[in-house]
Design a protein around this ligand. Structure first.
Ligand SMILES: [Zn+2]
Ligand SMILES: [Zn+2]
Length: 84
């Protein structure tokens, strides 16, 4: 008796949801307190983070507190404060 059994391949459909953009709720849930919302930079060292936040002027976040330089945007400021 030759009975050929046709095996159907199991359709494996792994559901992989990859989110390239990290939602800000997730950042908050992870309790990342060293996050500069102006520069959108996460600092791993809290001391460096506090130093960095000290450079943001209260009235103008793009003005450097160290030298008084007023930057145009986030990129200019973040690249400027990298020198400190
Ligand atoms: Zn910043
Ligand atoms: Zn400066």
């Amino acid at each position: 008796m030759d009975e050929s059994t046709i095996k159907q391949p199991e359709e494996a459909s792994p559901i992989l949801e990859s989110n390239p953009n990290i939602p800000k709720e997730l950042l908050a849930s992870r309790s990342i307190s060293c996050y500069c919302q102006y520069c959108e930079i996460i600092y791993l060292d809290r001391t460096i983070y506090q130093l960095h936040m000290g450079l943001h002027n209260v009235n103008n976040p793009w003005q450097c507190n160290a030298c008084g330089k007023v930057c145009e945007n986030r990129l200019e400021f973040s690249s400027h404060v990298l020198h400190y």
